[in-house]
Design a protein around this ligand. Structure first.
Ligand code: NOJ
Length: 576
């Protein structure tokens, strides 16, 4: 995944390669417009639940399964098609659960396997699919395999499940190569008292597995089956571009490895060998009834390579992170929409649209900044010592963005709290921060805690109703009272009610299955038709003219002047 100088340049090149001229201006989401269960993932709205921050049933300050179950009616009413749950497996939580100690056990902190099964059953009963997170690149250092590896000698089968190497230098006192960890510092830790080191592309507590070892492959196929047998509808695959490392583990061609920590290319990323793994997983998934899906979290360059992950015999979707990184400019959005659809069309896969997740600055805060700068990139949170966003502007833009994004053909992700217009906690003090990225860089990188703050459900309750008591694992800013679900329920113009209406109309007008046809509009305005709707978003500050006789179905803000679309506002019109 992630970040920085290298990423910024490769993205610029990729965007410059916009394929729109090659493919013209109208794209079908899918040759098949008939919606069947087989095709559910081609147009679905998938809601990301970050379990530790969604809802806390037992009052220990950390969200859990019972919290999620209690809020299923809320999600149902919101109108989403599917849920994606970030990891809830047994874990010491060194990276908020992306460090798994047992892939088959629900961490007691979150509940039990029985509770998960209840959640699944109740979500299914409400017509919502459920996908779970799979973390195959690394385990926790507390996983039984890694513990066995530490107790076994170099060269043993136990060590062969991970990537152990002798250190350099006379006594092995230097790391085997210069690879940096994505989270800061070296990607290697030394086994105490030995010459050997182990590789961890992320935290020291996340040793990388050796995917050249058939035992690792066999084990993960069993893990897939374990959750498929329980009825999950698929998997979000963490660090899908990282499993295979180039043979030889050569040094990066740079002195300062850290600079390259988030690069998309290099001997550790996007090696062709990963695809054999996903093809074998596809075969496993296809042995189960109904359509079980995989979605790739893959940061690759050039971005055409993303299509390799979504070929018909591999995964079903890949997150479109470049959409999330787009600056607030009509031309930039038009380019990314065109190039995204053109790219996925080359392999017949649906396009995905993502504006926030648990690794990135929440959209209302991102678009409330004067300069997006590096904050467009994951991990680059906003902290008390960095420029603060304009909250009102950011919210206004995020509401308009929701109306753009959810009008596009394809599948869309909503990150919990997005439907509330929830901002980042941008002033959280360092003493509360828990992200390994913040800790390993000694606060030099703000990290991701700001977008992971527990949700506000009730404005006047302790912990804003996150749990029964006042505990929350990260502090909530006072402003969250304004965003609480109960405050928004009754307010006709609230962001929550806007999202509900968007999702209802999207469904009724089959926008996810539709076709996009651009319509000429002014410099700052994007306009397109999808089915019987015309969508306009004004990303500038000056009001723009609406087509004559417009019949407005929905607008992201009140329209004070007849026939005008104010700046930072979107509308859906009924086509006549
Ligand atoms: C990507 C996940 O989204 C992120 O939260 C995690 O820290 C890394 N992968 C490592 O698993």
């Amino acid at each position: 995944m992630f970040r920085r100088k290298f990423l910024a340049t490769t993205l610029a090149t990729a965007v410059a390669l916009s394929l729109s001229s090659l493919y013209g201006s109208a794209y079908a989401a899918d040759a098949t417009t008939v919606q069947s269960d087989e095709n559910w993932a081609r147009n679905s709205v998938i809601y990301q639940i970050y379990p530790r921050s969604f809802a806390d049933g037992d009052g220990n300050g950390i969200g859990d399964m019972s919290g999620v179950i209690s809020r299923l009616p809320y999600l149902d009413k919101l109108g989403v098609d599917a849920l994606w749950l970030s990891p809830f497996y047994k874990s010491p939580q060194a990276d908020a659960g992306y460090d798994v100690a047992d892939y088959r056990v629900v961490d007691p902190m979150f509940g039990s396997t029985e509770e998960f099964e209840r959640l699944l059953k109740e979500a299914h009963a409400r017509g919502m699919k459920v996908i779970v997170d799979l973390v195959p690149n690394h385990t926790s250092d507390e996983h039984a395999w890694f513990q066995a590896a530490l107790k076994s000698p170099p060269g043993s089968p136990e060590r062969a499940r991970y990537i152990f190497r002798d250190g350099r230098g006379e006594n092995g006192e230097l790391p085997p190569n210069n690879w940096p960890s994505v989270f800061g510092k070296a990607a290697w830790d030394r086994v105490p008292g030995e010459k050997q080191w182990y590789l961890h592309l992320f935290d020291s507590k996340q040793p990388d597995l050796n995917w050249d070892n058939p035992e690792v492959r066999a084990e993960f196929e069993k893990v897939l089956r374990f959750w498929l047998d329980r009825g999950v509808d698929g998997f979000r695959v963490d660090v899908a571009h990282g499993l295979i490392k180039e043979k030889g583990l050569a040094d990066l061609p740079i002195e300062e490895g850290r600079e390259n920590a988030g690069a998309l290319v290099g001997p550790m990323w996007d090696q062709d060998g990963v695809h054999e793994i996903y093809r074998s997983w596809r075969k496993v998934l296809d042995q189960y009834p109904g359509k079980r899906i995989m979605v790739a979290e893959a940061w690759v360059s050039p971005r055409e390579r993303l299509t390799h992950y979504i070929r018909s015999d591999e995964m079903d979707q890949a997150f479109n992170f470049e959409y999330l990184m787009t600056k607030w400019e009509a031309g930039a959005f038009k380019d990314i929409i065109n190039s995204s659809m053109a790219l996925t069309a080359t392999v017949g896969a649906p396009t995905t649209w993502v504006t926030s997740n648990h690794d990135t600055v929440r959209a209302p805060s991102r678009y409330g900044l004067k300069e997006l700068g590096a904050h467009a990139l994951p991990g680059n949170g906003i902290g008390p010592n960095t420029p603060q966003p304009d909250e009102a502007l950011g919210l206004r833009r995020a509401r308009a963005l929701a109306m753009l994004t959810l009008a596009l053909p394809g599948s869309t992700y909503i990150y919990q709290g997005e439907e509330l217009g929830l901002p980042e906690h941008t002033t959280m003090e360092g003493k509360y921060r828990q992200d390994p990225m913040f800790l390993r860089t000694k606060g030099e990188e703000v990290g991701r805690d700001g977008c992971r703050v527990p949700l506000p459900w009730k404005a006047d309750a302790p912990s804003f109703g996150f749990g029964p008591g006042d505990k929350t694992w990260l502090p909530q800013p006072a402003s969250y009272a304004r965003y609480a679900v109960d405050r928004q329920e009754g307010a006709a113009d609230s962001t929550l009610n806007l999202y509900r209406r968007i999702l209802e109309l999207r469904h009724d007008h089959k926008l996810g299955d539709g076709k996009l046809q651009w319509v000429d509009a002014g410099k700052d305005v994007l306009a397109f038709d999808n089915g019987d709707l015309r969508v306009l978003i004004n990303m500038g500050t000056q009001a723009a003219a609406l087509p004559e006789g417009s019949q407005v179905l929905l607008s992201s803000e009140a329209l004070p002047e007849a026939g005008k679309l104010p700046g930072n506002t979107a509308v859906w019109l009924k086509r006549t």
